[in-house]
Ligand binder design. Sequence first.
Ligand code: UD1
Length: 398
Amino acid sequence: MSLKILIHLIAAARPNFMKIAPLYHALKKEVWAAPIIVHTGQHYDLNMSDAFFMDLNLPEPHIHLGVGSGTHAEQTGQVMIAYEKALLEQRPDLVIVVGDVNSTVACALAASKISYESINSSNPTNRERPLIAHLEAGLRSFDRTMPEEINRIVTDSLADILLTPSQDANENLLREGISKDKIRRVGNMMIDSLEMLREKIQGQASYEKFGLDPRDYGLVTLHRPSNVDDQNMLESLCQTLTRIAQNISLIFPVHPRTRKSLEQNGLMSLLNEADDLHTVEPMGYTRFMNLLFNCRFAITDSGGIQEETTYLGIPCLTLRPNTERPITIEQGTNQLCIPEDLESRVESILSGKMGRCAVPELWDGQTASRVVKSIEGLLHAYIVTASYTRNQPNDTMN
Ligand code: UD1
């Protein structure tokens, strides 16, 4: 290939940055690829976004849509409007969306409906739109009350290539009638980021700041609307955490959504007054991962932490009725947990009751190279069969 393929990597919210970083670095090494980072601005605080770019050695985003917060429709709609303009200006050949946040579905929708024809009639392939790849395709919680589940289903139905982390995801897609020709099992990209930065992660001792030793504490993260938006649920969780902290220290980096709800409901002081319950601001990637590497267990409702604890062999209690990542339960260290059972589950972990676990296949730090190969194969097929146009990227973007 003599001309470079212009590839947009869509980054929006905290968990996305770890999924695009290994891919950006891998694509940069390919002579045929010109990767461009598009930040929608869904997460915008320094410690929710910039700190991750620095830790993951990512350049400043090449395009920043600056959308920010809003209701689901506002956020999704505003990303679509802003990204449509970027698509028309840049005419990427491929758009890679990751995960399941509102920006993922918004960019996939904008890319699937765009027509380059109307703005550049001199382009011989002006009927074309960019191809769409979805990384982390096929995950399903089967719970449509979760906004992320809607985002997953819609994004997968629009994607031209579906890059999955595990066999269960392939099966979900096949069941929904998606052609097997579009599906590639590539493994888990989060593990690539973890391995890429393992030395830096292990070179720190974030727990010392709290006067703690490795395995001396549990790590807590909570941000799902079902746990933090409802006052009664949040209050009962806070009370449970303060009781657990009487047995073992807890470190709780508080997500902005959770902080807002804690403050609105007057619950921040309940946590702050508890001995050995350390609430802190959200942390950058390597500092947080150092805490995760060294904790005795995690209590979470995050998707990524279910996977990272499985990879590290650390017990994880997931405060949700379901998970789109069942492999972390079947093979890994994850357990779903209702708030009423949290204390007794922690006691079991502290008394050493823990089954054996395995690292799922293809969670090996080599996912980015498998994605690059899959993309190369896909583009080759399109270039041969559909005379797909390869744009010459703007030099400043390189
Ligand atoms: C979003 C994703 C969720 C993902 C999570 C990771 C959707 C539907 N949800 O949830 O899947 O697991 O990110 O963190 O896309 N806020 C700040 N600063 C920021 C970002 C957000 O203060 O940098 C505030 C916003 O003002 C808003 C709240 O946090 O009030 C929620 O932000 P939003 O991005 O809408 O959803 P998350 O709960 O973070």
